[in-house]
Structure formats: structure tokens, C-alpha cells
Design a binder for this molecule. Structure first.
Ligand SMILES: *[C@@H]1O[C@H](CO)[C@@H](O)[C@H](O)[C@H]1NC(C)=O
Ligand SMILES: *[C@@H]1O[C@H](CO)[C@@H](O)[C@H](O)[C@H]1NC(C)=O
Ligand SMILES: *[C@@H]1O[C@H](CO)[C@@H](O)[C@H](O)[C@H]1NC(C)=O
Ligand SMILES: *[C@@H]1O[C@H](CO)[C@@H](O)[C@H](O)[C@H]1NC(C)=O
Ligand SMILES: *[C@@H]1O[C@H](CO)[C@@H](O)[C@H](O)[C@H]1NC(C)=O
Ligand SMILES: *[C@@H]1O[C@H](CO)[C@@H](O)[C@H](O)[C@H]1NC(C)=O
Ligand SMILES: *[C@@H]1O[C@H](CO)[C@@H](O)[C@H](O)[C@H]1NC(C)=O
Ligand SMILES: *[C@@H]1O[C@H](CO)[C@@H](O)[C@H](O)[C@H]1NC(C)=O
Ligand SMILES: *[C@@H]1O[C@H](CO)[C@@H](O)[C@H](O)[C@H]1NC(C)=O
Ligand SMILES: *[C@@H]1O[C@H](CO)[C@@H](O)[C@H](O)[C@H]1NC(C)=O
Ligand SMILES: *[C@@H]1O[C@H](CO)[C@@H](O)[C@H](O)[C@H]1NC(C)=O
Ligand SMILES: *[C@@H]1O[C@H](CO)[C@@H](O)[C@H](O)[C@H]1NC(C)=O
Length: 763
């Protein structure tokens, strides 16, 4: 089943229908799962998923599209969250802030109606809701408020919704109102409590939260017996609660007192799982257990797939949710999320699954330079982590040292994988046009002992977005030889095989006198892979067909042909040629789902064609950083994997974060008869139909078609004895170890830190 994305217009009735149909379909199955689940929540029920402003991670906060998409992609019974604000005429609207300038077009519609008021004692300028009647807001539309999110929905004209309209959307869903600024409205003679009480006569409000104590005093007892559940919202521990003279930190020390007016608390993540100043997790506090003892439910705010999370989670939002709901000690009672699909899947599909639960789907999890998202690539630590994380196959990108030792390194240029540029060995820098147009410190210019002395460097492909991988381990581990790699793999009980990737074989033979094919074959024999001492499968990968043909001639190992370029189709004649020397093919993610402007345009039939010829298809490269994805995957690496596995049926994922792919295999939602909406694969091109065409650049020409001419290569040349001086080439300026790479496939967003900077510039 696909996501239903047919909501370009604002027809509430159709949207509503989709939501209800889906909710009915999945309600029964979810109930069944919940009754078995040992939740450590206060009630024993699964934690509540609360969609902040709807699916505000994708669509403008509090828009109809955001609310309906939240309902379509979340577990049944999730809550729709509305930040309620009052207009000049005392009516309630859903909007994330009491000023309208952040996430609407108000400043263009009413350029001169900016005002300034004190808000909790701080003078604030902006377009306040209290200065506009509901009808004034008719021609104001909702846009993104967070710059790292797509602006492509800003021209869709989503209107500001009243509280009543949002409640009519919900049907089975739960409705949560947040009252952030009751005191402010009171100062302006508008009564939030009167509005809420009168609204509650026509719509059912399930939860009301507020960070102001006085608000609860005002509404206490006024809703009747079936009234909403009251939740006290904690802001920063040092912040002053506006209606008393106490900090939130001091209120937290008396939960018995909070229980006198509320049945739950809503706290930032750090109240429960604090971070150190380097953004790594510290041990949990006892807050959840303490609050449960006091009879209070605990809801947690601040979940979003596209903001910085603790490095401990390796950019995987599911891991973060699991640490709050399935840590063996406690579970929070609800999570407030901008991406409710991820919260729903974490709770319903990934919680309480043991590491040795049965696989629900079979495909190969192939590492890329080991777990190179967590450790410097191709180091002992990266490989050990990949094995521990459940990779089926670990990979060695084999390189040759000057003295002929084959070893693993993500790049033939050591400046791109180690700190060599900071050592005296940087004077071995040369320019080799067969390999790269820029200079490098190539593996064949250093001896193996010299290479072993180098400090490896973690790769940071998204440095340009200010995203860095595991800084604590950025120089950890050591590079290992191919034979050490093969012994490590042989030793593991969980691995099914190894993948050895061979590139630049021609240059190494002709210019450096190094025979990488022979080195690989000899090492495999020496380590017992050729005579079946080990049952581990060996795959040899290359982008050069003649290299694979050479391996085939000399051995029985499986061969994997890597198509380097992004392609839109592949000719049958090319497939026929590939079949002659390869068992499997590696293609890029965008050869399956092209996404030229950050949105998937369609699904190619490359995988289908290769499968028809009995070729296995592995897809590269899966990364957890949300900027690596098109928007269609909702900044969730699990949604992406799911779309390639259950949507397309590829045979393996090549990933820098094996944990995420390996965990996906055991998710219980794949085993269910009906696929729940939060485990649905995306509809290729579906999201693009919701984007206003005027905000897209002109269509780009399609990617090339792969032909037999692309496959055919001349045979490998003989090994030429190397001239003794060839490592001492012209010295070029040393290359930066991790300069940002041009990344045509990443979308143009700014990281949160950059966006804060950008917004400061705009003020
Ligand atoms: C919005 O409506 C107001 C009056 O209701 C009008 O003055 C203004 O020109 C309109 N703006 C736009 C952009 O339509
Ligand atoms: C808008 O509000 C959100 C949420 O409070 C905030 O994260 C964001 O930085 C704001 N954007 C601007 C441009 O002020
Ligand atoms: C609120 O009402 C009081 C009494 O009716 C009046 O004195 C005050 O000026 C009003 N405040 C505002 C902000 O309108
Ligand atoms: C806040 O503190 C001041 C003195 O520090 C006191 O006069 C005032 O009554 C306090 N307000 C509240 C609401 O407790
Ligand atoms: C906590 O609050 C309760 C109820 O308001 C009160 O009786 C008690 O004295 C408070 N305890 C502390 C330590 O402040
Ligand atoms: C995993 O399986 C082993 C035996 O196969 C068992 O001893 C162990 O308890 C299982 N672990 C979990 C978490 O279920
Ligand atoms: C090493 O990195 C530089 C800078 O990013 C790049 O231009 C070069 O092509 C890389 N070299 C290799 C062999 O990948
Ligand atoms: C193989 O495993 C054993 C026991 O787990 C360990 O002692 C040994 O060092 C391992 N060898 C390699 C090459 O990793
Ligand atoms: C296979 O090769 C390894 C390494 O050369 C050797 O130790 C082992 O005895 C061989 N086994 C057989 C069955 O030939
Ligand atoms: C690869 O995947 C296709 C479709 O999912 C399947 O038919 C085929 O058997 C798989 N190949 C292998 C070797 O598992
Ligand atoms: C592949 O190898 C052949 C020699 O066998 C060589 O002529 C050709 O340039 C190589 N192709 C690439 C893309 O490196
Ligand atoms: C590099 O530097 C070392 C000393 O640090 C020197 O012995 C060697 O000759 C230099 N090599 C080149 C190619 O300049």
C-alpha cells in the first residue's frame, strides 16, 4: 500500500474519508498487538503518538495537509496537537505561535500592521493574532516556519484553521490543545478559558496542556466529569513559570503538587535523557519513575527527524524513540513529534523486539567501509561495529601499498581517509590523471608500515550542512590489511559473507607494477576462503567488467558488477553482457527512484529488468543523515529502506549504518497481514503532485540509458615492472582530508544551525 498523497486541494471531506478508512483498516490489528505488549507506561498501554501541528515535519505547521497527512500515516488513536491562539474577536485558531510572522504570509498581506507587546515581560515585535479578526486572516496562508524544511508547499495556499475545523477532521483521533500563553491573552482582555469551555460544548477536547500554572487554577472544575485531561508543560529548567515566581526546575521537585491540578506532565527530552556538552547521552534521570509514582503520566516534546539528536543515536530517529519507550526500565506515556510516522513505527513495529527475533524479510545488509557512519571507514572498529550491528556482509575496498600489501581503505587517496595530510608523509603527494584530476597521497606511494602508522579519519559527507559523524571517535581505530579483514570476517558467526571491491586495477598493473587481482586471490587462498575452510560467501565487486572477467577466469567467487553512473534504464543487450561475468549488480539509489530536485519523480524499471534476468540487485548508498534523502522518505531512513525493500524488492542495501537496515528486517509490522500505514512504502512521484508546479525548476533531462557499450572493456593489460622513482612525483598542495563533496543527490536544505544563522540575518 502507498501513502495517499492526493491532497493538493483543500477538500476536507475527501481527506477525511481517507483518514477514516485507514484508521478502520488497522484498528483491530493494533489492538491485538497492544494487549501482548509489556509497556512500562503508567497505564500499561502503548505510548500516545502526538502529531505537533499535524505532520509539521513536511507540510506547513497546523495546515489541513499537515493534519490529514498525520492521520493517514500514524497509528490509529494518535493525537492531533493544536497550538491554540485567540483572534481579536476571541475565536480560537491553530497556529504554532502567538505571532503570525514566523509561519504564515501575514507580513506580505498586512505589511504595516506589525505591533509590539510584552510577552512574559519581554517586549516582542510581530504580527500578533490579537490584532486580527478571523476574517482578516482569510487571505493569509500557512508556510513553513523552519528553514531546513521544504518551501515547496508554501505556494499551496493552505489557510489558517479554526479549532473547530481541526476537530471535525479527527473522527477517531484524539485532539490535544496546547495553551502556551493564557496570561498574555488575559492581559488583552481575551479569555482562553471561556473560549475552551464554550468550544468543548460542540467539540470533544481530549487533552489540554499549558506551561502556566494559573491557567489550570482558572479552568479547574469547569469542564465537567468527562472533561479533558490536563497536562502541565515544563519549559527549560531555568525558565520562570510566568504566573508564579518559580522556575520550572523548582516545580519539578514537587510532583505531588503538580498532581493536584494535572494528570500528566509534558517535558523536553533532556529532562529524561540528558546530554553532555558534546551532545552524547548521559544516563537517564529518574523523572519517569518518579512521576509514575506520583500518578502522573509523562509526555515528551522535541521529537523531529530533521533536527540534531544525540550522536549516540547515529542519526537514526527510531533509535531515539526506542530509548524513551523501550529501554527496559521505563516508558514515557507519549511523544510529541513533527514526524508522527516515525513515532508510530517505532512504537508499533520496533518496540520489544529482541535482537534475535526472526527476520520478517530477507535481503543482504552490506556495509560500506564497515559501519563508516560511526567510525572511520575500513578500520577494525568500523568492521566490528558493522558485525555487531547485524550486517550480513562486510566490505573491503581493497587498495595496494607500494610494497604490495593489499589492505582496506575507502579511498585510493589516503588524504581522503586518513590524517596523512597532517604528517610529514604529505610530501608524497602526486597528481595521477588516470585516477583523479586533483593531487592526492595515493596508497601506492606509501609502504604498508607507513600506512599502518597513519591515523584514520571519519568521513563527513554532510560537513557542508554542519553535520558531523561521531566526533568522539573521529580518529579511532586502525586500518587493516585484507588478510586481517578476512580473518575477522571468518571469525564471526553472524556474517554470511564478504564483499571485496577492486578498482584501478589497470593503472596499478601498467604504472605501478602491482597486480591487485593476484593479491586478492592469493590472500583469499591464504586465509582459507578458496578451499572452503570457511563457508563465508565471497563477492568480488568492480565497476570494470574486464576485472570481473579476470576473476571469473581464475576462481569460483561470486562477482558483482557496479554500475557507477546514475541510469534511467538498461538495455537487454547490456544485461546479456553483464550476465556473462556477474551474478549481481550494484546500482545507485537514484537509478531506482530518480529525485532531481529533492522529490522522487518516478520509479525506473531497472530493478525489474535485472531481476527478470536472474541478477540480484544491490543498491548503494544508504545513509542515516536526513539530508541524503528526497523529501518523500520523510527524513526517516527506515521509510527509505522500506520503500526499496518492500516497495521495489531489491536484494540488498549497501549502507554506512548497518544497524538501521538490520533492525528493519525484524520489524513486526512486516509480518502482519495488512501493512499498517506507517510501514507503507512511498508512492513514487506522489509527493510531487502536491507540490505547486510554479515552485519547481524546469524538468531536467533524464539520466542516460545503460547500454552494452558501457559494459564492454578491453582485457586487462599485463603487469609492467615499475620504475623505481615513480612514487616521487611532483609535490602538490596537500588536499583537505574532508572537504565537502559536490553532492548532486542531496537536497538543498540548511542544517538547523545554519538556519538559525540565516534567520538572524533576516531579522
Ligand atoms: C487581504 O484582505 C485585506 C482585507 O480583507 C485586503 O486589504 C488585502 O489587500 C488583501 N491582501 C491580499 C494579498 O489579498
Ligand atoms: C519559527 O518557529 C520555530 C518554532 O518555534 C523555530 O524553530 C524557528 O526557528 C522559527 N523560525 C524563524 C524564521 O524565526
Ligand atoms: C481590558 O479591560 C479593562 C477593563 O474593562 C480595561 O481597563 C483595559 O484597558 C483593557 N485592556 C486592554 C488591553 O484592552
Ligand atoms: C514574586 O516575588 C515577589 C518578591 O520577590 C513577591 O512580591 C510576589 O508576590 C511574588 N509573586 C508571586 C506570584 O508569587
Ligand atoms: C509539595 O506540594 C504539596 C501540595 O501542594 C505540599 O503539601 C507539600 O508541602 C509540597 N512539598 C514540598 C517539599 O514543597
Ligand atoms: C537469543 O537467543 C539465545 C539462544 O538462541 C537465547 O539464549 C537468548 O535469550 C535470546 N535473546 C533474547 C534477547 O531473546
Ligand atoms: C579525494 O577528495 C577530493 C576532495 O573531496 C576529491 O576531489 C578527490 O576526487 C578524492 N579522491 C579520490 C581518489 O576519491
Ligand atoms: C576470533 O575470535 C576469538 C574469540 O572470540 C578471539 O579471541 C580472536 O582474537 C578472534 N580473531 C580475530 C582475527 O578476530
Ligand atoms: C585450506 O587452506 C588453509 C589456508 O591455506 C589451510 O590452513 C587449510 O588446511 C586448508 N584446508 C584444506 C581442507 O585444504
Ligand atoms: C532478488 O530479489 C528478487 C525479487 O525480490 C527475487 O525474485 C530473487 O529471488 C532475489 N534473488 C536472490 C538471489 O535472492
Ligand atoms: C577497465 O579495464 C580496461 C582494461 O582491462 C581498461 O582499458 C579500461 O580503461 C578500464 N575502464 C575503466 C572505466 O577504468
Ligand atoms: C619527504 O620528507 C622526508 C623527510 O621528512 C624526506 O626524507 C623525503 O626525501 C621527502 N620526500 C620527497 C618526495 O620530497
Amino acid at each position: 500500500m502507498n501513502f495517499r498523497l492526493g491532497i493538493p486541494t483543500m477538500r476536507a471531506s475527501t481527506v477525511l474519508l481517507c483518514g477514516i478508512v485507514l484508521a478502520h483498516l488497522f484498528a483491530a490489528q493494533i489492538d491485538g498487538q497492544r494487549s501482548r505488549s509489556p509497556w512500562q507506561t503508567l497505564s500499561g498501554d502503548a505510548p500516545l503518538v502526538i502529531a505537533r501541528g499535524g505532520f509539521s515535519g513536511l507540510f506547513p505547521d497546523s495546515s489541513l495537509a499537515a493534519y490529514s497527512f498525520a492521520m493517514q500515516t500514524s497509528v490509529a488513536g494518535s493525537a492531533l496537537w493544536c497550538d491554540v491562539q485567540l483572534t481579536k474577536d476571541g475565536l480560537g485558531i491553530c497556529f504554532p505561535d502567538l505571532t503570525l510572522n514566523n509561519a504564515s504570509t501575514i507580513e506580505f498581506v498586512y505589511p504595516s500592521r506589525q505591533k509590539s507587546y510584552p510577552v512574559n515581560g519581554v517586549r516582542t515585535r510581530g504580527w500578533f493574532t490579537i490584532d486580527f479578526s478571523l476574517s482578516d486572516l482569510n487571505n493569509v496562508s500557512l508556510i513553513r516556519g523552519i528553514y531546513s524544511r521544504s518551501e515547496k508547499f508554501d505556494e499551496n495556499g493552505y489557510s489558517i484553521l479554526t479549532v473547530q475545523i481541526v476537530t471535525t477532521l479527527k473522527e477517531q483521533e484524539v485532539f490535544w490543545l496546547n495553551v502556551q500563553h493564557d496570561a498574555f491573552y488575559e492581559q488583552h482582555n481575551l479569555s482562553m478559558s471561556s473560549f475552551l469551555i464554550s468550544a468543548s460544548r460542540t467539540v470533544s477536547i481530549d487533552y489540554i496542556s499549558s506551561p502556566e500554572l494559573n491557567f489550570f487554577r482558572k479552568v479547574a472544575g469547569r469542564f465537567g466529569r468527562d472533561g479533558p485531561i490536563f497536562v502541565f508543560r515544563f519549559l527549560g529548567k531555568e525558565d520562570f513559570e510566568p504566573t508564579t515566581n518559580r522556575t520550572y526546575g523548582s516545580i519539578l521537585s514537587n510532583l505531588t503538587f503538580v498532581k493536584t491540578f494535572a494528570s500528566g506532565i509534558l517535558v523536553p527530552k533532556s529532562y529524561i535523557l540528558p546530554l553532555d556538552d558534546k551532545q552524547y547521552l548521559l544516563p537517564p534521570t529518574s523523572l519517569v519513575q518518579d512521576a509514575h509514582k506520583a500518578g502522573l503520566k509523562v509526555y515528551v516534546s522535541g521529537f523531529a527527524n530533521d533536527v540534531d539528536i544525540a550522536y549516540t543515536y547515529s542519526f537514526d530517529p527510531v533509535s531515539e524513540y526506542l530509548s524513551f519507550v523501550d529501554n527496559g526500565y521505563f516508558s514515557v506515556d507519549g511523544v510529541l513529534s513533527d514526524f508522527p510516522i516515525t513515532a508510530s513505527a517505532s512504537i508499533e513495529c520496533f518496540s520489544h523486539i529482541s535482537r534475535n527475533a526472526t527476520k520478517q524479510v530477507d535481503f543482504l545488509v552490506i556495509s560500506k567501509n564497515g559501519a563508516s557512519g560511526d567510525y572511520p571507514g575500513c578500520t577494525d572498529l568500523a568492521y566490528e561495529k558493522a558485525i555487531q550491528d547485524g550486517a550480513d556482509v562486510i566490505d573491503c575496498s581493497v587498495q595496494m601499498s607500494r610494497d604490495g600489501t593489499p589492505f582496506c581503505s575507502s579511498s585510493i587517496d589516503l588524504a581522503n581517509s586518513t590524517m596523512v595530510a597532517q604528517t610529514p608523509l604529505r610530501n608524497r603527494s602526486t597528481t595521477v590523471h588516470e585516477i583523479s584530476s586533483v593531487g592526492g597521497i595515493f596508497t601506492f606511494s606509501l609502504t604498508w608500515p607507513e600506512i599502518q602508522s597513519l591515523t584514520p579519519a571519519i568521513s563527513n559527507p554532510y560537513r557542508a550542512y554542519n553535520m558531523f559523524r561521531n566526533p568522539n571517535e573521529k580518529k579511532s581505530g586502525k586500518l587493516i590489511s585484507l588478510s586481517e579483514f578476512l580473518n575477522l570476517a571468518k571469525n564471526s558467526t553472524s556474517l554470511s559473507g564478504v564483499l571485496i571491491s577492486v578498482e584501478n586495477a589497470v593503472y596499478l598493473r601498467k604504472e605501478q607494477g602491482l597486480d591487485v587481482v593476484k593479491a586478492v586471490l592469493d590472500t583469499l587462498t591464504k586465509t582459507g576462503y578458496s578451499n572452503r575452510t570457511t563457508t563465508k560467501n565471497v563477492m568480488i565487486q568492480s565497476t570494470n567488467s574486464s576485472v570481473l572477467a579476470d576473476f571469473k577466469k581464475q576462481s569460483q567467487y561470486e562477482t558483482v558488477y557496479k554500475v557507477e553512473e546514475t541510469i534511467s534504464d538498461i538495455l537487454d543487450s547490456a544485461i546479456k553482457d553483464i550476465k556473462k561475468f556477474a551474478n549481481a549488480v550494484v546500482i545507485s539509489r537514484s537509478s531506482v527512484f530518480p529525485f532531481p530536485d529533492g522529490f522522487i519523480t518516478r520509479q525506473t524499471n531497472v530493478v525489474e529488468r535485472l531481476h527478470k534476468s536472474q541478477l540480484s540487485v544491490y543498491v548503494e548508498l544508504f545513509q542515516n543523515e536526513f539530508v541524503s534523502q528526497p523529501y518523500d522518505f520523510l527524513s526517516d531512513p527506515t521509510v527509505e529502506i522500506n520503500s526499496y525493500i518492500s516497495g521495489v524488492g531489491i536484494n540488498g542495501t549497501i549502507t554506512e549504518f548497518p544497524l538501521t537496515a538490520a533492525r528493519y528486517k525484524r520489524n513486526r509490522c512486516l509480518g502482519s497481514k495488512e501493512t499498517p500505514p506507517y510501514m507503507a512504502h512511498v508512492d513514487p512521484g506522489g509527493l510531487l503532485t502536491v507540490v505547486s508546479p510554479s515552485s519547481l525548476p524546469p524538468a531536467k533531462p533524464p539520466n542516460p540509458v545503460f547500454t552494452d557499450a558501457d559494459v564492454t572493456e578491453p582485457p586487462l593489460p599485463p603487469v609492467t615492472a615499475k620504475a623505481p622513482t615513480s612514487t616521487h612525483g611532483t609535490s602538490t598542495s596537500s588536499t583537505n582530508a574532508q572537504a565537502p563533496r559536490p553532492s548532486g543527490q542531496t537536497r538543498l536544505t540548511l542544517s538547523l544551525r545554519l538556519s538559525v544563522f540565516a534567520s538572524l540575518l533576516l531579522l
